[in-house]
Each structure stands twice: as C-alpha cells, then as structure tokens.
Design a protein around this ligand. Structure first.
Ligand code: UDP
Length: 333
C-alpha cells in the first residue's frame, strides 16, 4: 500500500515510516520540518516538505504517489505551550487537520490513522482507562486532538472516510536509527538519560505527594516500535470498520522514581533527583486499558519491560550525542 505519513520526520512518525517500509509499503513523508528532521526520515521513503494547509502541494504529494491511506501525525504537542498559545494549537491541530481531510477527499483517499492522545481523557476517575470513559481534556492540546477525532465520524458519514484514532499514553524508547529529541525537552525518560549522560546536573521530580505507591506520578510507557506496529495493524483493519483504540502497556505503570531507578540500573550512572513542585495539570495516574486493540486487532506490545525501553533510548542517545546531525530537533505525536 502507498501511505502518506504527515509528521513522518518526527519522533514517532519516523519510526512509523521505518516500520511501514520494513513491511514493504510505499511511504511518502509529508512534513514542514518545523519540529521534525529531514535525516529522521528513513531511507526508502519519499519526502515532501510542505504545510498541511498548502492544499495544492499536499494533493500533488498524494496524487503523484497514488496514495491509498494517510497516517496523520503532524501536530503540536506541548501541553504547557498549548495553554499559553491556544490559537497555535487550534490552527495546526484542528484547522490544518481539516485541510488534510478535505485534500484526502478531493483525491479519493478514504483511509486515515490519526495520532491521538490520552490527554483527551483529562484526569480520568478510574484506571486503567478504557476508551468509553468520559472525554474531558484539561488543556488545549487534548481539546484540539479531541476536536479532530470528533470530526472523523462526520467525514466518514459524509464521504465514507474510514478512520482509526490511536490514543497514545507515554511513547518512549528508540530504534537504532530514530530516537527522541525535543527542544525544549519536557519528557521524563530523555531528561533522566540526559542527566545520566552528564548533560544536566539533576532530574526534578515534579511532586512526591500524589496518592500513589511512592508519592510520584504513575505513567504507562509504551515503546515507539510497539506504537508503530499498532498503526500498521489499525491501517490493515480499516477496510472493515473505523475504531478508537488506547495504546499503552497497562499493568501497574511506573512511578517517576521507578523510571529513575531503572535508568540508574541501565546506564550504571548516578542520577541525582530533586523533588520540586507539582507540574500543573499532571494527573496522578494514567494507565491504559489496551484490551480493545488487543482483542480486536491482536496487538501485543513486545517491550513490556521498562528496562528494554530505557535501554533502547540510552543506546540511541549514546550513538547520537548531538541528536540529529544538523542540529534540528525531532518531534511528533
Ligand atoms: N516528570 C518529572 N520530571 C521531569 C519530567 C517529567 O517528574 O523533568 C514527570 C511528570 O510530572 C509526569 C511523568 O514524569 O508525571 C511523565 O511526564 P512526561 O512529560 O514524560 O509525559 P506526560 O505524562 O506529561 O505526557
């Protein structure tokens, strides 16, 4: 199948492109490189630089390649920034997304897999979180992802466009080629590994007075390759039905302190941790129930052990000490 991957030069998008190519699919990466990086695009993928709102360019990219499906990963994803600059998030995550849906419609492309997020649930009352739980985002990032999700059934109704919305919990880890680099870096695992590498003096633990087993927040870390495999499974199911799936490893998740301990073991380095204030908007616990995608599509994450996830991220960081070579940063999701 020929697939257009928006945001395919970003962290998760580049791994999705890598896995699609490994499976023998044709890939065209469509990315404006505002966050993503050209060298994160795997060999074998075509690359088109462009904005989602540049309809002519986008339609040409689809038409030229005979695209049959889109994996839509281009988005802004910083929660804090979304609170201070909501317009930026509405413009990119909603308006530009709708421009993509319209371009797909014009070109007769009727399948889309969408990168959504656990942020659509806000602060869920029960764990693990099931897809049917209340949708109550607490910031414009989650709100704009949900707005796009909610457009999809209407496009399906009007135009027959099949969709799968994949609600990621905490993506982490790396492949040999693609890893996580953001500027600024806000995610726990790369921050902890930067401290292990001596690139920062310490890690701040944002609050240790949560109602959890050690007082720090619990999250559900899922390896980026397992996420990518879920996209490919979801894509292959689109002939039959549209769907919404949570993606996480479930179980008890890991606390911030547990993540730091695992990183100490994996790296063999001292990592100084200092407790600081809670970060606004952090739910105490976010763990997915992925029962639906497991039973409907047979998804089965291979990297259930956090050690394996952290090891892969550490290997990547050591082999890419300056991130991607020309210094730009990679981000997606
Ligand atoms: N966290 C932390 N220190 C950091 C970065 C993150 O204590 O420097 C915590 C954060 O409060 C959350 C967890 O680590 O409980 C995961 O945060 P991350 O930003 O990686 O992902 P999120 O769950 O916010 O999507």
């Amino acid at each position: 199948m020929r697939i257009l991957v928006t945001g395919g030069a970003g962290y998760i998008g580049s791994v999705v492109a890598e896995e699609l190519i490994a499976d023998g699919h044709g890939v065209v990466v469509y990315d404006n490189l505002s966050k993503g990086h050209r060298t994160a695009t795997p060999a074998g993928a075509d690359f088109v630089r462009g904005e989602l709102t540049d309809t002519e360019n986008l339609r040409r990219a689809m038409r030229g390649q005979g695209t049959e499906a889109v994996i839509h990963m281009a988005a802004y994803s910083l929660v804090g920034e979304s609170v201070t600059e909501p317009a930026k998030y509405y413009r990119n995550n909603v308006t530009a997304g709708l421009a993509l849906l319209d371009a797909m419609n014009e070109e007769g492309v009727r399948k889309i897999v969408f990168s959504s997020t656990a942020a659509v649930y806000g602060e869920p009352e029960k764990q693990p979180v099931e897809e049917r739980y209340a949708l109550a985002p607490t910031n414009p990032y989650g709100e704009t992802k949900l707005a796009f999700e909610r457009a999809l059934p209407w496009y399906e109704h009007a135009h027959g466009t099949r969709y799968a919305s994949l609600r990621y919990f905490n993506a982490a880890g790396a492949t040999g080629q693609c890893g996580e680099v953001h500027d600024p870096e806000t995610h726990l695992i790369p921050i902890v590994l930067q401290a292990a590498a001596g690139r920062r003096t310490h890690v701040e633990i944002y609050g240790d007075d949560y109602p959890t087993r050690d007082g720090t927040c619990v999250r559900d870390y899922v390896h980026v390759v397992d996420l990518a495999r879920a996209h490919i499974l979801a894509l292959s199911s689109l002939g039959e039905r549209s769907a919404i799936y949570n993606l996480g490893c479930g179980g008890d998740g890991y606390t911030v302190r547990e993540v730091i301990d695992v990183a100490r073991e994996v790296t063999g380095r001292d990592i100084e941790a200092r407790v600081s204030a809670r970060r606004a908007g952090d739910p105490a616990v976010l763990v997915a129930s992925s029962a639906r995608i497991k039973s409907e599509l047979g998804w089965s994450p291979q990297f259930q052990d956090l050690r394996l996830i952290v090891e892969s991220a550490w290997r990547w960081m050591q082999s890419h000490p300056a991130g991607y070579e020309d210094g730009a940063e990679a981000q997606a999701g």
